[in-house]
Design a protein around this ligand. Structure first.
Ligand SMILES: Cc1cc2nc3c(=O)[nH]c(=O)nc-3n(C[C@H](O)[C@H](O)[C@H](O)COP(=O)(O)OP(=O)(O)OC[C@H]3O[C@@H](n4cnc5c(N)ncnc54)[C@H](O)[C@@H]3O)c2cc1C
Length: 481
């Protein structure tokens, strides 16, 4: 990168806020999807909104593409750098700016970790969206991915909990979307920004809604012979009108990996359900009787109710550690993230098993069963020639299966780099074009995470129709489209 540009960045963020050495840049060459890697030209670490604005203004003037990065735990390549572009890392903007309990809201900088928000308002309140990565992922990343978690079944995804945003647009100007209260006139641009995967600008401040802690929280663990039996119990619980705070399912391979990693003392069974109920004590007690009865009628051969906060934490530890635990049983794995209608669970699970046998690769299954969000984990050994390619093909076949079943290519991990080719499987050209026109309104020069989410670029001021190549493509990033 031109040294004059680097000097301008250095003048804004100081010498220790700019990384240019290849060994420093390696840390930023990928996110949690490690099979895609691009070395950025530089990494800038601002500490304030003003610094973000100044850095983005330089990028805008020099037409340098940039990628915002939180903790880099994304699983779809969203924070993957763009060739000839820079990474703007928000980790140093990690202050909780305001805790306003009377109005149940908290104002944070984007680098604040998800779990820190709950810690700031506990024990009377909590921040409901709880990705399994909550100890390390940032609120900025959560906003950009519209992240979910076990408790989003009852409480809703990130979008339900973001009241307002301060955003640096890709030309360096500052806007406020949404605000401190829910009902605001005009377009819901805060809603548009949440889930936009870094393509509309950089969130520099986030106003979050926190939720009153329920009077009683109870967690039940039920062991079944198979995921089909466990799936029938999930359908039964929802059909009975019970809305648990969370229903999570794990298959035997996932249970064994979690046991090896964090010893949650799960029964060795074909399908495990964790059902959490919360609310007024009398209501939780009555509904738990119903849930137990449904699990038993569907074949549960062991049912345990966590008797203390420690037991409850242990039950959740196994589930939350499930992805990372795969390292115990396989050198490499791909986490897939697809959605299916709950009712399609038995057929989809059988088909995943068939595809897994056909590919000669094991697939472990962990899912947010209540909302049909599957996380098949395709296990492979990259040292064995051809296995990585087979694993990628299997992961994509599973996605196709989800779409055919009436579901979606992503439940919570986003499209990013990984799934952009799949967007036309879900959306017609006019649908994609409408989304891109929104993108153009925020980022006419296509500088903010430009190659992600959409299979092909589109420029501002184009009419609906065939896509036009962007000048950046001729500058060497075309192969990424
Ligand atoms: C073990 C493990 C478990 C996980 N479990 C879950 C889960 O249960 N649910 C779930 O939803 N996800 C889960 N994830 C995925 C990941 O943690 C989430 O997507 C998370 O929101 C990413 O946050 P991050 O700070 O790491 O963002 P990054 O990976 O750094 O970035 C993600 C995206 O956000 C953009 N971005 C980051 N900060 C900003 C900002 N300030 N303004 C604009 N755009 C920005 C980036 O450009 C990128 O497109 C898991 C990941 C791992 C590794």
């Amino acid at each position: 990168m031109d040294t004059r540009i680097l000097d301008r960045f250095r003048a804004i963020v100081g010498g220790d806020g700019l990384l240019t050495e290849p060994e420093q840049l390696r840390t930023y060459e990928c996110d949690g999807l490690t099979n895609f890697r691009v070395l950025p030209s530089a990494v800038v670490l601002p500490t304030s909104t003003e610094q973000v604005q100044a850095v983005v203004r330089v990028c805008h003037e020099a037409r340098i593409p940039f990628v915002a990065r939180g903790s880099g735990t994304g699983l779809s390549g969203g924070a993957l750098p763009i060739e000839h572009g820079i990474v703007i890392s928000l980790t140093r903007m990690n202050r909780i700016l305001e805790v306003d309990i009377s109005n149940a809201r908290v104002v944070v900088e984007p680098g604040v970790l998800n779990l820190s928000v709950t810690q700031a308002v506990w024990p009377h309140y909590f921040y409901a969206p709880d990705p399994s990565s909550q100890q390390v992922c940032s609120i900025g990343g959560n906003v950009a991915e519209n992240s979910g978690g076990a408790h989003c079944l009852k409480y809703g995804f990130t979008t339900t909990h973001v009241l307002g945003l301060e955003v640096v647009l890709p030309d360096g100007s500052l806007v406020h979307l949404g605000g401190p209260t829910l009902d605001r006139p005009g377009y819901d641009l805060c809603g548009v920004f949440v889930g936009s995967e870094g393509t509309l600008g950089i969130a520099t401040k986030v106003i979050l809604r926190v939720v009153r802690r329920p009077a009683l929280i109870q967690t039940l663990l039920a062991a079944f012979h198979s995921t089909n039996e466990a799936g029938a119990a999930v359908s039964g619980i929802i059909a009975a009108g019970v809305l648990p705070a969370a229903i999570e399912m794990m298959d035997n391979l996932a249970i064994r990996a979690a046991e090896a990693a964090v010893h949650p003392n799960y029964p060795d069974c074909g399908g495990l359900l964790l059902v959490e109920l919360d609310g007024p004590a009398a209501e939780v007690a009555a509904l738990m009787v119903q849930v137990r009865a449904i699990c038993t009628s569907c074949g549960a051969w062991e049912i345990r109710l966590a008797q203390s906060e420690e037991e409850r934490a242990a039950v959740w530890k196994g589930r939350k550690a499930a992805f990372a635990a795969m390292g115990r049983i396989s050198p490499n794995y791909i986490v897939q993230d697809g959605v299916i209608p709950r009712t399609a669970l038995p057929e989809v699970m059988s088909e995943i098993e068939r595809l897994s046998g056909q590919a000669g690769l094991r697939v472990a299954n962990v899912f947010h069963a209540g909302d049909g969000n599957l996380h098949p984990l395709v296990l492979y050994d990259a040292r064995i020639e051809g296995q990585e390619g087979r694993a990628e093909r299997l992961a994509f076949s599973i996605l196709e299966l989800c779409v055919k079943a009436g579901g979606s290519i992503t439940g919570e991990h986003g499209v990013g780099e990984e799934k952009k080719a799949f967007m036309p499987v879900m959306f017609a050209e006019p649908d994609l074009d409408t989304m891109q026109r929104v993108r153009c309104a925020f980022d006419p020069e296509r500088l903010s995470n430009p190659t992600k989410v959409f299979p092909r670029p589109r420029l501002c001021a184009e009419k609906t129709g065939p896509y036009q190549p962007h000048p950046l493509e001729t500058a060497g990033i075309a192969q990424l489209f």
